[in-house]
Design a protein around this ligand. Sequence first.
Ligand SMILES: O=P(O)(O)OC[C@H]1O[C@H](OP(=O)(O)OP(=O)(O)O)[C@H](O)[C@@H]1O
Length: 194
Amino acid sequence: MEPDDLLSLMGARRGHFVFESGYHGDLWLDLDGMFAAPAQLASILNDLSRQIAAVGPDVVCGPMTGGALVAFAVATKLEVGFRWIYREQTPSGQGLFPYRYYLDAAGAELANQRVVVVDDVINAGSATRETLRLLREQHAIPVAVAALLTLGQAPEKLARDEGLDLVTLANAESPLWMPDHCPLCAADEPVTSA
Ligand SMILES: O=P(O)(O)OC[C@H]1O[C@H](OP(=O)(O)OP(=O)(O)O)[C@H](O)[C@@H]1O
């Protein structure tokens, strides 16, 4: 699939954005809008499921919200187990990575199970990295990370560093800047409302 087709499905907009992670960037995706019209996702969910099937997972696990929705669809298609993770804001609620992640209380067995981490989009990789950490705590065997779309080079690096396969339908450029190094701030570009 062409990245532009996927970006269009995801309601992509360019501007000057401040993400919840604290990073700045120039690409905004309306992922909630994408999930509002599930029928248009059938074909890409089938494509992703087919590629994930090749890795042979026992369980797929995704971070709430969007990642878990895609993971659930894939698990349904492949008839494998499903887990999800959720996050809570840490007390400061500011700066980079102000979230703590938790595994759901119940679900498919994880110990010694081959698990694919599934997300809708992987950007900086924070949600994926934390999902992998929680899975390993439960003695799961992560075998791949997967997403409908990956942004920039960070997802590939994360998969390589973790020794995992990366399964994705498309990759698009989306720079992430620390606030102090944001060229759009330097150019006095006002922040675009999300
Ligand atoms: O690779 P990362 O930098 O972690 O970014 C990717 C994550 O961001 C999005 O979730 P979001 O934080 O928007 O939460 P939501 O799905 O609840 O909207 C997306 O669904 C991924 O889970």
